[in-house]
Ligand binder design. Structure first.
Ligand SMILES: Cc1cc2nc3c(=O)[nH]c(=O)nc-3n(C[C@H](O)[C@H](O)[C@H](O)COP(=O)(O)OP(=O)(O)OC[C@H]3O[C@@H](n4cnc5c(N)ncnc54)[C@H](O)[C@@H]3O)c2cc1C
Length: 380
């Protein structure tokens, strides 16, 4: 049976998340957006800790709330609608958790989920990207060389969310570059590992609240037990973890689009030209009707993908479709909203320019739109 009515629990969690976002995210969103990219505002983590949201996608048996994917999406939409950059700090941690979920051994899950779930404000990150390995994961060059009971890591990751903020990094490396995909493995690297440091922090145009930057490994030594799961499984784990996180990237898109639409609707009702609110012009009202319709479609695609995940069914295609459609639509909706608000929309008096900057990132991260089309077409 398909139901589009939230359960009592989901409705209560959605309401609590909206109240949390109104109080603890929205008021700071624009201030944090304008701070230098090298400044990370720790009150983001403090607030998520206070709200009990830091370990939101950790299973119950490891100390997390045990929330299903659909409920997680419903809650995270509220955070993204308030500020996708701030919500991105949670997103980076969820990426770490997704890798652990799909590929970790029981001991690794116990150790790291428990550390993240104890609500002390620990943050996670996932590091795939390198200068020569963006969409092309098989080109990862960060080298992991086994020496006794340790691996020695050398190389550089870039554009990593939560760089310099995370306590643990899930790092994709190659143990044998000649083997390409089959030589890839994930390694759990604690931030205090000798030989590990954080390099350049990117001056991104959007999602400025989350710090994104380089990770540098210079003979960084980690115990062999920090190889995630079984050897040579890094590529598969990466694909599965990305599959799992795509609906949540789409959630950020629906949150931003909703926020932009609400600003535009409010503006259209209040702005008077030619003696009446501009909303009274059919061209304006229809543009808003299209935006509302698209937002509904985005959300329904996300809910479908999440429901499939919760039911243990195949969801790769539906997750990619949701990410592709929602991220592209969010950019269009932000541009439309900006247009409806005229010069005010183009100025920083309204938050629409921020929404547009934030939305554009979502067509790039965790697989660009072309990569989603590739994933979808492979599934056809
Ligand atoms: C805000 C932000 C946060 C990020 N956070 C993280 C993170 O936490 N961890 C992490 O590992 N990475 C992160 N990234 C990096 C992100 O995952 C990569 O930017 C993304 O995978 C694309 O890689 P690239 O930038 O090298 O683009 P490229 O792969 O160089 O692609 C450039 C263009 O070519 C197109 N293209 C490439 N290959 C093909 C093809 N086969 N067919 C058609 N078109 C193609 C792409 O679609 C794109 O338009 C982040 C990026 C941003 C912007």
């Amino acid at each position: 049976m398909i139901s589009f009515t939230l359960t009592e629990e989901q409705a209560a969690l959605q309401k609590a998340a909206r109240e949390f976002a109104d109080k603890h995210i929205r008021p700071y969103a624009r201030e944090i957006d304008r701070q230098p990219s090298t400044h990370f505002d720790w009150k983001i983590v403090d607030r998520f800790v206070a709200g009990g949201y830091m370990a939101y996608n950790i299973p119950k048996e490891y100390g997390g709330p045990g929330i299903d994917m659909l409920t997680c999406a419903i809650v995270c939409e509220e955070f993204a609608a308030a500020c996708a950059g701030i919500s991105g700090v949670l997103g980076g941690t969820m990426l770490f958790c997704n890798c652990l979920k799909v590929g970790g051994t029981e001991e690794q899950k116990k150790e790291y989920f428990t550390l993240l779930a104890d609500n002390k404000g620990r943050v996670g990150a996932m590091a795939l990207t390198e200068r020569q390995a963006g969409s092309d994961m098989g080109n990862v060059g960060l080298l992991a060389r086994r020496e006794g009971d340790e691996y020695i890591l050398n190389g550089v990751k870039c554009y990593i969310s939560n760089a310099g903020v995370a306590d643990f990094y899930m790092v994709l490396a190659t143990t044998d570059p000649a083997k390409k995909y089959a030589g890839l493995d994930f390694f759990i690297v604690p931030a205090d590992t000798p030989g590990f440091s954080v390099g350049k922090i990117e001056d991104k145009i959007g999602l400025r609240a989350e710090q994104t930057g380089e990770l540098i490994f210079e003979n960084a030594r980690i115990p062999a037990a920090n190889l995630l799961g079984k050897p040579s499984t890094g590529f598969l784990i990466a694909l599965q973890a990305l599959d799992l996180s795509r609906p949540l990237v789409a959630v950020n898109a629906v949150g931003i689009a909703r926020a932009a639409y609400e600003v535009a609707l409010d503006y259209a009702r209040k702005r008077v030209q030619f003696g009446r609110p501009i909303f009274k012009n059919q061209a304006v009202a229809f543009a808003l009707a299209d935006m509302a319709t698209t937002i509904d479609a985005m959300r329904l695609m996300i809910w479908r993908a999440c429901s499939l995940i919760d039911e243990g069914k195949e969801y790769t295609k539906e997750g990619s479709m949701a990410k592709l459609f929602a991220s592209e639509a969010a950019v269009e909706i932000c541009i439309k909203a900006m247009h409806l608000a005229g010069a005010a929309g183009y100025s920083r008096d309204l938050p629409l320019e921020k929404y547009l900057r934030d939305a554009k990132s979502l067509t790039i991260i965790e697989g660009t739109s072309e990569i989603q089309r590739h994933v979808i077409s492979e599934e056809l």
